[in-house]
Design a protein around this ligand. Structure first.
Ligand SMILES: Cc1ncc(COP(=O)(O)O)c(C=O)c1O
Length: 343
């Protein structure tokens, strides 16, 4: 059996012993009664980091996206988003089935929306038309960071048409570390922002939803409605605090590791990719004539777990893979020959 290197996602990481210790020692209370001091501390910390008035600890990134869509868009109104966004592709249609909103899925290069692409899709106000309500941007999207200017232009557009912006910042801290732009400067360009503690930051559970006091008050109510009111959640919030205090700066290592893998893939005769597309911790590549699933199964047999979808394969570097692991992964890739990828 080869050693297994799990690059399927950055969600596969397990809490470190120091994180588990922080969880075990957490002071707790009933958070539905606002009485969990550790949750309260995490919420204050998240709001402060993002430069927002308030924050709410939610069960998942999906809940962190659904609540703003429910409150800011709602039944019969439209949400402009990228066709490859997580809310379109991987959230079981919650935007339509629970929030009642109509997704307008936009195709544009590298997953990035822009003001010129969005503006023609904003509906004029008319009694027989759906109301365009929300622009949803995902940052990073497939590992790609939004340029700050693009976000600022989208924000100006939203102001012009009185729309709100939700940012799915599941990997917002990856974007901040990769671009060197403080998270608060990025977050300033959206009304509401969600980010995940359970991805690159290495916590086992949970995401944060950030916005104004008024919005978070309403969000708390919708969280309860969705069954997301948690009780002694401080045990989980402690992991989030630990993650924010210890695991943000080190995301740079994941990015360096991803670049190393992308460069190694680019030198092979079988992988197709543009190395510059690997801006953070996610690498996409393809092998001509083979499905992503087939390529993933060939690499998995060699110990590199990855995910394949359509014609592409995704590898995600993460906290549980150190530089020796990445060297080993690169050695496996470099020693794999094109003939091993048969139909
Ligand atoms: C960009 C993005 N948004 C949202 C989510 C949803 O997070 P969760 O799995 O915690 O619901 C994910 C999860 O992979 C994601 O990649």
């Amino acid at each position: 059996m080869p050693k297994i290197y799990d690059l399927r996602s950055d969600t596969v990481t397990k809490p470190s012993s120091a994180m588990r210790k922080a969880m075990a020692n957490a002071e707790v209370g009933d958070d539905v009664y606002f009485e969990d001091p550790t949750v309260n501390r995490l919420e204050a910390m998240a709001a402060e980091r993002l430069g927002k008035e308030a924050a709410l600890f939610v069960t998942s990134g999906s809940m962190g996206n659904l609540i703003p869509l429910f409150l800011l868009a709602g039944r019969g109104s439209e949400v402009l988003t990228h066709s490859e966004s997580h809310i379109i592709q991987h959230e079981v249609g919650a935007m339509a089935s629970i929030a009642g909103a109509i997704p307008i899925a936009i195709s544009s290069p590298r997953g990035l929306l822009s003001a010129p692409v969005l503006e023609p899709l904003i509906k004029p106000k008319a009694y027989d038309l759906a109301r365009t309500a929300v622009i949803e941007v995902e940052n990073t999207i497939k590992g790609v960071c939004y340029p700050l200017k693009t976000l600022q232009d989208i924000k100006s557009l939203a102001e012009k048409y009185n729309l709100t912006i939700h940012m799915d910042g599941a990997r917002l801290f990856n974007a901040a570390v990769a671009t060197g732009i403080d998270v608060s400067h990025i977050a300033k360009n959206a009304d509401t922002v969600s980010f995940c503690l359970s991805k690159g930051l290495g916590a086992p559970v949970g995401s944060m939803l950030c916005g104004t006091q008024e919005f978070i008050k309403k969000a708390r109510s919708i969280r309860k409605m969705l069954g997301g009111g948690m009780r002694q959640a401080g045990i989980l919030a402690a992991a989030g605090i630990y993650a924010l205090e210890h695991n943000v700066g080190r995301l740079a290592e994941d990015h360096t590791h991803a670049k190393q893998i992308a460069q190694t893939l680019a030198k092979t005769e079988w992988a197709q990719l543009n190395v510059d597309d690997t801006e953070t911790n996610i690498i996409f590549f393809s092998v001509p004539k083979l499905s992503g699933a087939k390529v993933a199964s060939i690499l998995s047999a060699k110990g590199i777990l990855c995910s394949g979808s359509g014609s592409s394969v995704r590898l995600v570097t993460n906290l549980d893979l150190n530089s020796e692991d990445i060297t080993a992964v690169c050695d496996i890739i470099a020693s794999t020959e094109a003939k091993e990828f048969t139909l």
